[in-house]
Design a protein around this ligand. Structure first.
Ligand code: GDP
Ligand code: MN
Length: 446
């Protein structure tokens, strides 16, 4: 078997156009929403010390870890982690594209297993073709029926009406039954699959996505060693007509279960008080129950890319929240997506310092693309602006609520990222054909 190519330190250094002291510097929330703590892990320092493929595996090490039954909890210095993908047999080609790129840019050096999930058996062709693309172990799993079917408390007539209505008004895949099951599975069931019992971390991968940059550190060790719970790389708006009651349900959850809210959680970046750029025909006028000020601004981590802690998703808080939403029927009477749900859950139950923006991972899903500005990341893509994907999925003209600053800036907060240049004016910018989201002191490409 050919040896995987391991990047040597010298190769990585040769690739740098210029010395860069800290390619990550503007990427972290630096405002008051992150509690100072001098004992907290320092992800920047970690990256300086552990990049250059420090933990790349030899073939021998890989074979050793493959031979360990169930990734033995007590002997493993390597995080028990997997690349996971829910995918159909018919999406094999698209998945092969995603796999080839992620293997080439990262996993051939780290050999984390792949776990494929499907609502039916995988074909032999699917199994053979995917296993061919990796030296790592592959698992092929069927989703249990009870995780992929209409719960008995759902009124079928009401569900049918919703399919017809959301289809008619043009909400993406609003008419598809399977899409509803998929969103619900990604929200509340993937982490309960028996195959993931022996795993602590996952990286979600979809068919037909792109990875553009060589990643020269072990993403999962990075998450574990820095006590991170959730990592994302796009933070954007999506069609809020798919979840009209999500915020009012969430607010009532907060009122009913304040004990689950983490003391260092920061929800502010997701809540906007009425601002000039948000419409008066707010989607959530029916929100009741009080519980803090502000309305959900519809920002969400774009969850087709995510790296996360399974322990977090299995936690009592996340489970209680998922069940709360599920009982109310939002996956079927509306089309709740896993993206806003993961976003709200992470924001409520995880301190902001444990959420990570993977600015260094170049990635594309359909028309949304994220490419880091810094050549230190060895990317085959043209750098994108920090705000690039903000309203790609929701036209500016849409009446849905939008935040006053772009989602990623709302998340990152201080450090100049939401400061505007002196004299800048949104109305003037719009009058001259702009979108009203310019004028920031920092472009994000610094
Ligand atoms: P979008 O990204 O929101 O447009 O949704 P996708 O169609 O890409 O679906 C999200 C993920 O779920 C992808 O990985 C799909 O392959 C997977 N998926 C969606 N529906 C089904 C389904 O009915 N069966 C299976 N096995 N996978 C599905
Ligand atoms: Mn997709």
């Amino acid at each position: 078997m050919p040896q995987p190519h391991l990047w040597k330190r010298s190769e990585v250094i040769d690739a740098l156009d210029q010395p860069i002291s800290n390619p990550y510097q503007v990427l972290r929330p630096t405002d008051a929403s992150v509690k100072p703590n001098k004992h907290a892990p320092d992800p920047m320092k970690w990256l300086e010390e552990n990049s250059n493929n420090k933990y790349a595996e030899t073939a021998k090490e890989r074979d050793f870890w493959r031979s360990v039954p169930a990734w033995g909890k007590h002997i493993s210095p390597k995080p028990r982690a997997a690349l996971i993908s829910l995918v159909r047999n018919s999406e094999l080609e698209g998945l092969m594209q995603s796999m080839r790129q992620l293997e080439y840019h990262w996993n051939r050096k780290y050999n984390y297993p792949w776990v494929f999930f499907n609502d039916e058996e995988f074909s032999d062709e699917f199994k053979a073709a995917t296993q061919n693309l990796t030296n790592a172990q592959c698992y092929y799993e069927v989703v249990p029926q009870e995780h992929w079917s209409l719960p008995d408390w759902i009124d079928e007539g009401r569900f049918m009406n919703s399919l017809e209505y959301l289809g008619a008004i043009g909400v993406g895949k609003g008419w598809m039954v399977s899409y509803r099951h998929m969103c619900r599975w990604n929200s509340g069931f993937f982490y309960k699959h028996p195959r993931l019992k022996d795993f602590d971390w996952y990286w979600r991968v979809e068919p037909d996505v792109h990875f553009f940059c060589s990643i020269d550190y072990d993403i999962f060790r990075f998450m574990r060693d820095n006590n991170l719970k959730y990592g994302f790389n796009m933070n954007i708006l999506d069609d809020a007509r798919s979840f009209p009651s999500l915020w009012s349900r969430t607010r009532s959850f907060i009122n009913a279960h304040p004990e689950h809210i983490h003391p260092d959680a920061d929800l502010d970046w997701l809540l906007d008080n009425d601002s000039p750029s948000s419409s008066s025909s707010a989607t959530f006028s029916s929100a009741g129950g009080g519980g803090g000020s502000g309305e959900y601004n519809n920002c969400q981590f774009f969850s087709n890319f995510e790296v996360g802690s399974l322990a977090f998703f299995r936690s009592a808080a996340n489970e209680a929240y998922f069940n709360w939403l599920d009982r109310a029927g939002g996956f079927y009477y509306e089309r709740f997506g896993d993206a806003p749900i993961h976003t709200l859950s992470v924001a409520m139950f995880v301190p902001k310092s444990e959420i990570w923006f993977f600015r260094d991972i170049g990635y594309q899903h359909d028309i949304n693309r994220h490419c880091p500005p810094n050549s230190a990341h060895r990317c085959d893509c043209e750098p994108t602006r920090l705000d690039e994907n903000f309203y790609k999925l929701v036209p500016l003209e849409s009446p849905q609520r939008k935040p006053a600053d772009t989602c990623i800036r709302r998340f990152l907060g201080g450090g100049g990222l939401v400061e505007k240049k002196e004299g800048w004016n949104a109305d003037v910018e719009r009058a001259w054909g702009g979108d009203g989201y310019g004028g920031y002191v920092l472009s994000g490409l610094e």
